[in-house]
Design a protein around this ligand. Structure first.
Ligand code: CA
Length: 219
C-alpha cells in the first residue's frame, strides 16, 4: 500500500488531509513535529511537509532526508509563499510546493503526479544490494547468484529493506509497509521475520540499530 506521511502541526489541517487521502486509498500517518517527521518519513512513498513546525523549520526535515540520500517525493505545504521560501524548498530538493489554504483536489492531483513519477522509476525489474538480488517480476531472491526461497511476506520485507538500503527502518515503518496498518503495533512479527531473513541471507546482512530499527548492510 502506498504510504503517505503528513508532517503538519495543525491538527485541523492534518486530519482533513489524512481523511481525504485515506478515502483516496492511501495509507496515511501524521507527524506533528520535525523530530516525528524525520522518524516517520523514512520508508514513506511520499511526504507532505508543512514548514512552520513547533520544534523547528520543516525545511530541516527535507534537508535531512536529502542528506541521507532519501529521494522520497516531498510536497511542501505552507502559508509562507514568498518566492524566497519556494526557491529554498525547491533548492533543497522538494518536488512541489503548495500554498495554504489548501485545495484538497489540487493536492490530490499533485500527489498522484508525484507518485506516478516514482513508480515509473520503480519499474526496474531487479533490486540489488551487494550480493543480494531480488527479481521483482518472478518474486525470486538470490544471494551470490544462488536462489533463496522466500515466502511472500519475507519477499516484501526484503524488498522494503532493499528499496531503502542504507537507511534505518523502524519496526513501525516495516510493519506499516509490509503488514499494513491493521497490524497490532505491539506485535513482534517484524523481529520474527527479520530473523527468518537473516537465516536465509546470512546473519550479518541485516543490522540491528539499537533503539531505532533495522538496516541492510553491505556484505
Ligand atoms: Ca504549521
Amino acid at each position: 500500500m502506498t504510504h503517505i506521511v503528513i508532517v503538519e502541526d495543525e491538527e485541523r489541517i492534518s486530519s482533513f488531509m489524512a481523511k481525504g487521502l485515506k478515502a483516496a486509498g492511501y495509507a496515511v500517518s501524521v507527524a506533528g513535529t520535525v523530530r516525528e517527521g524525520l522518524m516517520s518519513a523514512a520508508g514513506a512513498d511520499l511526504v507532505i511537509l508543512d514548514l512552520g513546525l513547533p520544534d523547528g523549520d520543516g525545511l530541516s526535515v527535507l534537508r535531512s532526508l536529502r542528506d541521507r540520500g532519501d529521494d522520497v517525493p516531498v510536497i511542501i505545504l505552507s502559508a509562507r509563499t514568498a518566492v524566497n521560501d519556494t526557491v529554498a524548498g525547491l533548492d533543497l530538493g522538494a518536488d512541489d510546493y503548495m500554498p495554504k489554504p489548501l485545495r484538497f483536489e489540487e493536492l490530490l492531483a499533485r500527489v498522484r503526479l508525484r507518485l506516478k513519477k516514482t513508480s515509473a522509476q520503480e519499474d526496474a525489474v531487479t533490486l540489488s544490494h551487494g550480493s543480494l538480488t531480488l527479481d521483482l517480476r518472478t518474486r525470486r531472491a538470490s544471494v551470490n547468484g544462488k536462489e533463496v526461497d522466500l515466502s511472500a511476506r519475507e519477499f516484501s520485507l526484503a524488498e522494503t529493506l532493499l528499496r531503502h538500503s542504507g537507511q534505518v527502518l523502524s519496526r513501525e515503518q516495516l510493519l506499516a509497509q509490509v503488514w499494513g496498518y491493521d497490524y497490532d503495533p505491539g506485535s513482534n512479527v517484524v523481529d520474527v521475520y527479520i530473523g527468518y531473513l537473516r537465516k536465509k541471507f546470512g546473519q550479518e546482512r541485516i543490522e540491528t540499530v539499537r533503539g531505532m530499527g533495522y538496516r541492510l548492510r553491505d556484505v
